[in-house]
Design a protein around this ligand. Structure first.
Ligand code: C2O
Length: 354
């Protein structure tokens, strides 16, 4: 009998599981040992608005660039600190390449947060802790300290589905090498520099109107027509389940996967994706699409209420270097516990004719 058919239980990662990781791409906990885990506490301060990259003010762009500059500067002072650049990317690498193992009923199981119902909540929590770290860095900066509490990661609104919109290409903030150099990544693909983003990995030579209509069809098929939690989030994955049982949700299949491949370079691989600042704009949009999906008409669009989903828990270092146990249930109410909301932007694919 598989555990999930008998005694179902959520996947829970414990501090000792972090220590067992032997790969270079693990969060470095060795110099200071493993701290005890502390429970999740909501971020203090106002509810912050995550805006579309194209709607940031000049000052907000500069603040965003400054946050990533500080993230890299701090890493030069202490490359082993789990909060700073590269270590932050390693958090993604470790959870995505099965480098941690959790214990269940006396056995050890590899953890992988892609391709199941863990995908959306894990990435939501990862972005949240990343955002908390950026806020804390901005608080140390004389120019931005007074605005740091209102800082929020922007989202890359690639489903604007408008060939004239800069959001349907690599957004300006990530390509301005001279003005915003710390948001730039030199490893990106050639097509990401010149073409419209495609959710279908189409040849960059397709006419713009074709790319937009293909992307519209993808959004409708993958998101609008994902009318149940299983279709949207992916299949359940409980403690003890073999990883072969995973099935990704439709949002993860597309646009999530093709946008990684289209950007290419660091973004094209699990191990390095978190090294490109555009990763957090891409996942900001996927996270926004979770909020949008809950409001779409028709079908049975609800979060799971299964205790094995809500009780699944992960470990993240927060802005004070505390090791926080965050559960899927901590990720459900973004305003109350994570203190952000998304700017409203048009949802063209939700109204286009089928
Ligand atoms: Cu964890 Cu977009 O990948």
């Amino acid at each position: 009998l598989l555990p999930s058919q008998g005694q179902a239980a959520p996947i829970v990662l414990r501090p000792a599981d972090l220590a067992a990781c032997a790969d270079d791409c693990c969060v470095n906990i060795r110099p200071n040992g493993i701290p005890p885990r502390v429970p999740f506490t909501p971020l203090a301060g106002p509810v912050r608005t995550r805006k579309a990259t194209g709607n940031l003010t000049t000052q907000e762009r500069r603040m965003f660039n400054r946050a990533y500059q500080l993230l890299r500067q701090k890493a030069r002072e202490d490359p082993t600190d789990p909060r700073w650049y590269l270590q932050q990317a390693h958090v993604h690498c470790a959870y995505c390449n099965e480098l941690y193992q959790y214990s269940f009923q006396g056995a050890r199981y590899p953890l992988q947060v892609h391709s199941s119902w863990l995908f959306l909540p894990w990435h939501r929590l990862y972005l949240h802790f990343h955002e908390r770290i950026l806020i804390s860095l901005l608080k140390t900066d004389p120019e931005f300290a007074s605005q740091a509490d209102s800082f929020a990661l922007p989202f890359w609104n690639y489903d604007a589905l408008n060939a004239a919109s800069p959001d349907c290409r690599t957004p300006q903030i990530y390509v301005d090498q001279t003005g915003l150099p710390f948001l730039y990544d030199s490893t990106r693909s050639e097509q990401s520099k010149s073409t419209l983003v495609s959710f279908n990995r189409a040849a960059p030579t397709l006419p713009a109107a074709q790319v937009i209509s293909d992307n519209t069809a993808t959004m409708r098929a993958q998101i609008f027509q994902a009318t149940t939690a299983n279709l949207f989030f992916g299949n359940p994955l409980r403690a003890g389940d073999p990883l072969s049982r995973r099935r990704p949700g439709q949002l993860e299949i597309s646009p999530h996967n093709p946008v990684h491949v289209w950007v290419g370079g660091n973004m094209g691989q699990f191990g390095t994706a978190g090294q490109d600042p555009i990763f957090y704009g891409h996942h900001g949009n996927l996270d926004r699409l979770w909020s949008v999906w809950l409001t779409l008409p028709g079908g049975n669009r609800r979060n799971f209420v299964d205790p094995d989903w809500l009780g699944a828990s992960f470990l993240f270092f927060d802005e004070n270097r505390n090791l926080v146990e965050a559960k899927v249930s901590d990720a459900i109410n973004t305003q109350a516990s994570l203190r952000y909301a998304y700017e409203d932007v048009p949802i063209p694919w939700a109204t286009a004719p089928a």
